[in-house]
Ligand binder design. Structure first.
Ligand SMILES: CC(C)(COP(=O)(O)OP(=O)(O)OC[C@H]1O[C@@H](n2cnc3c(N)ncnc32)[C@H](O)[C@@H]1OP(=O)(O)O)[C@@H](O)C(=O)NCCC(=O)NCCS
Length: 213
């Protein structure tokens, strides 16, 4: 697809093992299949919005609609960039970066998942490092927050490796159950001190206005 109308389709973020890009319909179908294949143990919901508590087919469709929704509903004041993560040419998961009023706050937030078969191999760390680089180096963020359930050692492990500073707790209702989220808030200095993953960004210039910067 020519990224003329929607230049975000031309944005590429690469790390030693991964490429992150806004998925076209073919890649989005692969991403939906990865979601349908399973993301987490059914007994342990890692997300504050329990969208993945669904049949494989519904999970795939929710993923498909989420990514298209981020394109359809995007504006420069409130945006979510929802990227497919490719490893060896195969779509293995999704990495999001979102913000409200980024031009004013210079604060964005990350969120992500990997298909079960691809977890525990350092991919989660590499893909979060990719969007942190985009946010801090590419877009001039001051903070990039994230949050994980206190019983999510993998997500908290990624945050620990990338040097995220603790930013308190929040209690949220997930499917009628009270769950505790640990919030994290790396600033630019902390991010720089913990950079271990080389990241390259291509195609950002024509996208700047879509990020409100
Ligand atoms: C969270 C997620 C993206 C992390 O990606 P990942 O590739 O599995 O994580 P990594 O392999 O990069 O691991 C990062 C660190 O956490 C540690 N870790 C990973 N899984 C762990 C587990 N189950 N228990 C304890 N530590 C764990 C790793 O050992 C690593 O630290 P180390 O290198 O010092 O050993 C992935 O596990 C996932 O998609 N989980 C389900 C969905 C989810 O929880 N999304 C996030 C919601 S906040």
């Amino acid at each position: 697809m020519e990224p003329t109308v929607w230049p975000l389709y031309g944005l590429r973020i690469t790390t030693p093992r991964l490429e992150l890009r806004l998925p076209d319909l073919d890649l989005l179908s692969e991403l939906a299949e990865a979601a349908a294949g399973g993301i987490h143990d059914e007994a342990r919901m890692p997300f504050s919005v329990p969208w993945s508590d669904a049949s494989p087919e519904e999970r795939g469709r929710a993923t498909f609609q989420h990514v298209l929704g981020t394109v359809a509903n995007r504006n420069a004041r409130a945006w979510t960039l929802s990227l497919a993560v490719l490893h060896g040419g195969q779509v293995v998961g999704r990495q999001d970066l979102s913000a409200d009023e980024f031009a004013v706050t210079r604060e964005a937030e990350t969120g992500s998942w990997l298909g079960l078969a691809h977890q525990g191999q350092g991919i989660g760390t590499e893909m979060r490092a990719a969007v942190l680089h985009l946010a801090f180096e590419g877009l001039g963020a001051h903070w990039v927050t994230s949050a994980a359930m206190t019983d999510n050692p993998a997500s908290l492990g990624v945050s620990r490796k990338l040097g995220h500073r603790p930013d308190g707790l929040a209690v949220v209702s997930v499917g009628g159950e009270a769950r505790t989220l640990r919030r994290l808030r790396p600033d630019r200095e902390t991010w720089e001190a913990h950079r271990t993953v080389p990241v390259e960004v291509e195609g950002l210039e024509p996208c700047r206005t879509l990020f409100g910067v």
